[in-house]
Design a protein around this ligand. Structure first.
Ligand code: ATP
Length: 746
């Protein structure tokens, strides 16, 4: 039996008989907010209680000894509903319930309680460098080499684990971490009821490191008063943006408060930079930041003309040649083909063009009236936009006032594609108090090494702390994953159509139709364009026609990109075909499905694509991945992520999309082949691309339109007859009485 056919069994909906309509689902991401956005609530017994621990041999032993090592946490344990946890041994549950009307002022927790809360939410902190023990470790490097490896690694793990104060409710921000009431009010306005895991773990540490690390200071970390460098690896859609924006905004509120003058006279200067890989993400961060900063006086801007960033020319003797200076970093070769992924547009209407002052603006355009200068406190930018401003010709500029550099999607910003630009920005932040934070759902070890290397170069580096939420690099636990195999490209197109139009399904087909809105990812721009042309006329005029489907990629103008984003957010566009340019960070809260029409090129790419649905803990999202024979080398890493995500979400084995033995049977690909695949893509498609063909569909748009019109007419007439017989009717595109979505043309 064809193993790949077995693998695709995951697409079957066991509850459905052939030909039967899709089961109604009211539990979709588009249905709205989930009251609890937290992903994990494991029961962790109190250390104070008489916890019994099972040894390998099965005998129970008393648990008075050291328990700091979290390696025994079952990260794959099924996610439990807090309501089912009886008398709530999990302290986290107690602490995550909503505040009572007459609440007491929050207090710092003892270490044991911190540990239990962090463990029950699968939050793991590691000190990567910077504590006194790190220096000691360096000094005794030689003697450690002689130690037994297993012993050594356990010891190091024990040493570097620690348990900062968690944030159990947003009200604690004001009670314990001096966050301004206005900022807390703005958080409340967004109807965030509970902090997500990443917020729970990071906010105390970033707002008041000394207080948050009260229990760890004696041992590992001294001198955290002025902040820490921080790497956060947390699932997609878990609220990382709010997590890095709150401390940045708060730090500026504090510095504005120190100025003893009326608000309009306060001096603003650039203090924080957020770097994101795409314009879409940068704009989204600005919007989210402004919602938080409303009424606080903090100014948040994306790159645009007229900004005054306080850039200072660096004397030629202080500039050194190579900004990238990362020759020993692994994976030098770009993981991305040039036409793929996060390519930035050359000209961007709102990107910086090198001018930093009105004077310079008027020097360049003497006839033009200079714009009013804007002095932002926080700048959100893509690497290229800022770099245009910092280096023109041979001269380079520094940003000495910046004390916080935030890299969102840090692993891609430090990937070879963006590395040189990102490191150049980093280098331009010359303030000795600069603190860095790195955020992503995925963080490869080579990127972590690079971060370690560059952060520890400073004369007095602060501690570098890593937070991992859940399982590193594999977490998309709250959605349904489906793998669909088709032998050929035309077969794939047909299978996609069956997902979009259930009426085209044969009686043997068991694909559950996708419910709009959803995203479709291709590997390249030509394929995205070709797929758009192919599907454009599929939607009948009565359901909105071709305006319901759009394409977005980096070759479009910023204006066109922005217009498509707006139409998709407003619900005018139901199907958005795109490349990996939209795979990271972009938050469309109500996206019900993500289709990888072309298999993603890495596990990380899959995590980010799939993570466009099921955000903020929403359930009911679906991620469908198509693959053909040529894609097999890519599938194993995707299947691994699916298997791990399902285990985390409590669905595995027979229930899961990918069973273990099938996973083992998928071919392992040599490292070199993997790298070639990532750089060149699937060879068969490459040949098409080299010949200027996208390899999707062969019919002209005239033929496609004619065919679709004919099909639409036939289906329209069938529908009319049916409605006449039933004596009632409903509009196309609407949900049926059973609440089930019947597809875009039914
Ligand atoms: N505490 C919260 N409760 C409910 N929703 C939240 C909370 N915090 C953030 N959100 C919402 O969750 C959504 C996802 O947040 P965000 O875009 O910051 O995710 P992310 O972790 O950066 O994801 P990605 O890795 O994909 O970039 C946003 O719509 C945000 O407003």
């Amino acid at each position: 039996m064809d193993i790949l056919k077995i693998l695709t069994r995951g697409i079957k909906d066991p509850a459905r008989r052939p030909g039967q309509a899709a089961a109604p689902s009211i539990n979709l991401p588009s249905a709205g907010n989930k009251s609890n956005p937290q992903l994990f609530h494991d029961a962790v017994p109190s250390r104070k209680g008489k916890k019994r621990k099972r040894t390998k041999g099965g005998a129970e032993q008393s648990d008075n000894e050291e328990e700091d090592d979290v390696s025994d946490i079952d990260y794959f344990a099924p996610k439990k509903d807090p309501a089912d946890e009886g008398e709530a041994t999990a302290v986290a549950v107690e602490h995550s319930t909503e505040a009572q009307p007459k609440r007491k002022k929050a207090k710092l927790l003892p270490e044991d309680e911190c540990r239990q809360i962090l463990r029950s939410h699968r939050l793991k902190f590691t000190l990567l460098s910077g504590g006194p023990e790190d220096a000691a470790a360096k000094a005794s490097k030689k003697s450690k080499k002689d130690e037994e490896p297993s012993k050594k690694s356990t010891k190091e793990k024990d040493k570097k684990q620690f348990y900062p104060q968690p944030l159990n409710s947003f009200t604690e921000l004001q009670d314990l971490y001096d966050v301004s009431p206005k900022l807390v009010e703005n958080i409340a306005k967004q109807a965030f009821k509970l902090p997500t895991e990443v917020q729970m773990a990071s906010l105390p540490l970033l707002l008041k490191p000394k207080k948050a690390l009260k229990h760890a200071l004696d041992t590992d970390m001294a001198n955290v008063k002025h902040g820490v460098d921080f790497v956060a690896v947390a699932p997609t859609g878990s609220g990382k943006t709010v997590t890095f924006m709150i401390p940045a905004i708060m730090s500026i509120i504090r510095s504005l408060e120190q100025q003893d003058c009326p608000p309009e006279e306060k001096e603003h200067k650039l203090q924080a930079i957020v770097v994101a890989p795409t314009h879409e993400l940068a704009k989204q961060i600005v919007n989210e930041g402004r919602k938080l900063a409303m009424g606080t006086g903090v100014r948040i801007y994306s790159m645009q003309k007229g900004l005054q960033l306080g850039a200072e020319e660096i004397a030629p003797e202080e500039q050194d040649g190579d900004d990238s200076d990362d020759s020993d970093a692994e994976n030098e070769e770009s993981e991305h083909k040039a036409e793929l992924e996060h390519k930035e547009d050359g000209a961007d209407s709102d990107s910086g063009s090198g001018s930093d002052s009105d004077a310079e603006e008027s020097r360049k355009n003497p006839r033009k009236t200079p714009r009013r200068a804007i002095k932002p406190d926080i700048l959100v930018t893509t690497p290229k936009s800022l770099l245009n401003l910092l280096s023109s010709g041979t001269s380079k500029r520094a940003l000495p006032s910046v004390t916080a550099l935030i890299l969102d999607e840090a692993d891609v910003l430090l990937d070879p594609l963006f590395r040189k630009q990102t490191l150049a920005i980093w280098k331009s932040c010359t303030n000795p108090s600069l603190r860095l934070t790195f955020w992503s759902a995925t963080m490869a070890s080579n990127i972590e090494s690079l971060i370690h290397k560059h952060t520890s170069r400073r004369a007095t580096p602060p501690p570098l702390i890593r937070l991992v939420v859940g399982l590193k690099d594999t977490a998309v636990p709250n959605i349904t994953h489906k793998l669909i195999y088709t032998a050929t490209e035309p077969g794939k197109l047909l299978a996609l159509r069956q997902l979009l139009h259930p009426s085209t399904s044969t009686s043997t087909s068991s694909s559950t139709p996708l419910r709009p809105p959803f995203l479709i990812f291709t590997q390249t721009i030509p394929r995205a364009t070709a797929l758009h042309a192919e599907l454009k006329y599929d939607i009948p005029a009565t359901a909105g026609g071709s305006s319901r489907i759009a394409v977005l990629h980096s070759s479009l103008s910023p204006k066109a990109r922005s217009a498509v984003m707006t139409r998709f957010r407003q619900g005018d566009v139901w199907i958005l075909i795109t490349t990996d340019v939209l795979a990271r960070g972009v938050d469309f809260a109500g996206v019900n499905g993500v289709v990888s029409y072309d298999v993603p090129s890495s596990a990380a790419a899959y995590v980010h694509r799939a993570g466009r649905t099921g955000r903020a803990g929403r359930e009911g999202g679906v991620a469908v991945t198509f693959y053909t024979k040529e894609d097999i080398p890519f599938v194993r890493s995707v299947a691994n992520v699916i298997a791990a995500s399902e285990k985390q979400g409590g669905r595995s084995g027979e229930e899961g999309t990918v069973q273990k033995w099938l996973l083992d049977a998928l071919p392992k690909v040599a490292k070199e082949d993997k790298r070639r695949l990532k750089v060149r893509g699937v060879e068969a498609r490459r040949k098409d691309a080299d010949k200027g063909r996208a390899g999707i569909g062969a019919k002209s748009s005239y033929d496609r339109r004619r065919e679709n019109n004919r099909r639409g007419a036939i289906e329209g007439s069938k529908r009319r007859k049916r409605l006449e017989m039933e004596g009632g009717g409903r509009e196309e595109g609407e949900k049926g009485d059973d609440g089930a979505w019947d597809g875009i043309d039914d």
